[in-house]
Design a protein around this ligand. Structure first.
Ligand SMILES: O=C(CO)[C@H](O)[C@H](O)COP(=O)(O)O
Length: 219
């Protein structure tokens, strides 16, 4: 079983206190930093690109977990790698759910030396992606509609977590099951019970005492 990892989402940081909050994260029990890239096209919001990731790489030694919510992820893979990404997660919808194209993106991510993750919108069914499970390091389950922090956890997405856990056991694989959106102490507990080992949390961490909240989510 994978150890539980908390991945604070940079999206919810107080950008007037970035340096201070990054220092706090560096000293906390968080092991990953989740970096949401949005292009205003794939999702109706714009966030940040590779140059900002580079700044985090220089000020933190946390594993940089990059979630690309963009229409043309392949075009930017090497930029994110160069900027310091440790893992790059792409949406199946960016490839119109085409298995061959997703497989190729995973191959390119690995070729760059990064771990590879795949994810999907809450309404996308995941069974048809079973054939990709043996070539990814992480499956990210979106428990909110991608685009914004601070939304309510969609409990029905835990079905996907249970399915992923069952497939991981059946196939003897070790990919991480990560969940993103609406995580607080209650939903973290439910997610872990369902099989998640990696929890992305944004607003819950940054609206509270950062270190203490990370400790609480790990319990
Ligand atoms: O991917 C995201 C939005 O698309 C964010 O990572 C996610 O929403 C985390 O924020 P919160 O914990 O506040 O829900």
């Amino acid at each position: 079983m994978n150890e539980c990892i908390i991945a604070p989402s940079v999206l919810s940081m107080d950008f007037s206190k970035m340096q201070k909050q990054t220092q706090i994260l560096n000293q906390s029990q968080a092991k990953w930093l989740h970096f949401d890239v949005m292009d205003g096209h794939f999702v109706p919001n714009i966030t940040f690109g590779a140059s900002i990731l580079k700044g985090f790489k220089e000020s933190s030694s946390l594993y940089l977990d990059v979630h690309l919510m963009i229409s043309d992820p392949v075009k930017y893979l090497s930029d994110f790698k160069k900027a310091g990404a440790n893992q790059i997660t792409v949406h199946v919808e960016s490839f119109s759910n085409d298995i061959k194209k997703i497989e190729e993106a995973i191959r390119l991510i690995h070729e760059l030396g990064c771990d590879a993750g795949i994810t999907c919108r809450p309404n996308t069914q995941i069974e048809s992606f079973e054939c990709l499970l043996d070539c990814i390091e992480t499956f990210l389950v979106m428990s909110v509609e991608p685009g914004f922090g601070g939304q309510t956890f969609m409990e029905n997405q835990l079905e996907k977590v249970r399915w992923l856990k069952q497939k991981r056991e059946e196939k003897g694989l070790s990919y991480r099951i990560e969940i993103d959106g609406g995580i607080n102490s209650e939903t973290a507990k439910k997610s872990k019970e369902a099989g998640c080992d990696t929890l992305v949390a944004g607003s819950y961490i940054f609206k509270n005492d950062i270190e203490e909240t990370i400790r609480e989510l790990l319990k």
